[in-house]
Ligand binder design. Sequence first.
Ligand code: FAD
Length: 376
Amino acid sequence: MTQETILIVGAGLSGAVIGRELAQKGYRIEIVDSRAHIAGNCHTERDAATGVMVHVYGPHIFHTDDQEVWDYVNGFTTFMPYKNRVKTTSGGQVYSLPVNLHTINQFFGKTLRPDEARTFLESEADTSIADPQTFEEQALRFVGKGLYEAFFKGYTQKQWGCSPTALPASILKRLPVRFNYEDNYFFHKYQGMPANGYTEMIAGILDHPNITVRLTTDFRREAADGYSHIFYSGPLDGYFDYELGRLGYRTLDFERFTYDGDYQGCAVMNYGDVSVPYTRITEHKHFSPWEEHRGSVCYREFSRACEPGDIPYYPIRLVEEKAQLADYVARAEQEAGVTFVGRLGTYRYLDMDVTIREALDTARLYLARRAENAAM
Ligand code: FAD
């Protein structure tokens, strides 16, 4: 058994899973996180007044096809069944998302069957656009002006802070419409919500005698000597003091409010109209429908450009950012003894299951390399 100490920056899912895997192999693990709590952006907290489990950094629904990841998370908590069914308000009506047969029939005032709806949408599509270049062209080509303007245009504009004419077609890869009444947002085999929230689950992952966690502690490069390796799940550009500029992110502002009763009757209500400044309202008690609550906690969600000091949420990853990212990656590859991991360390949007899969693989690769070196 080794008594080397490894430093992990970030007590989110990436840091917790890597830490746990290495702790189980005898490494001493020190984890630092600048926040006052563990679990990173998956953090959940029970509201004392209403008893609602609040998803503090926005709603998180666990969904995966990865059997090992599903077994892994179930080893630390009990998952309750949960299906994500999203509604949207547009032009004074409420519709079902993702756009499905119900949405199409309601929007056009029809009673189409699947094949009829497919033919009908083909007649709506703008076939004069032969080679769509922008998000807008792609959407018009796929679904036509009516559905595009009601369900894609306003929401996308608010989410990305620019016109869909300025976004690449690649953002809308496939036909974003279902020709049946399936309104479960995800297709994955396993979907659910941890019974007592994500923070309890991650506390379970971190609960190992070889792991020490220090909260409200910022990582400083100059104070990182003496560790046999560092796994860094903070922002990639932040590690290098933004020397090559700041990688672009969107951030979110949450306007929290409580309600005495049931505010909107569902967990997520999107707002497709640009006249409404927020993108959606989330009502958190509906993320744990098996619980009793004494009121409701809701978030109005606003998206805007991330400024220094804001929490980075969604990496923008357009042409300019990707070029800058390549420069940072080249720098990171020169950094001996440091592995950059997670959504911020690799500047990618990663679902939780992918985060866990990558963390498990990263830890195993590290262990395999160490074993190889020891055998030489
Ligand atoms: P993080 O959770 O961001 O953890 C990184 C940690 O590092 C943070 O705690 C931070 O405080 C700490 N840190 C950063 N810099 C430093 C530093 N210099 N010093 C010390 N500590 C530092 N995934 C799903 O599967 N389903 C969903 O429904 C879903 N919804 C999402 C909704 C939103 C709005 C967002 C943004 C993401 C969503 N995700 C969802 C993705 C999920 O949040 C990520 O998979 C997960 O948070 C990644 O974990 P991480 O550990 O890589 O990063």
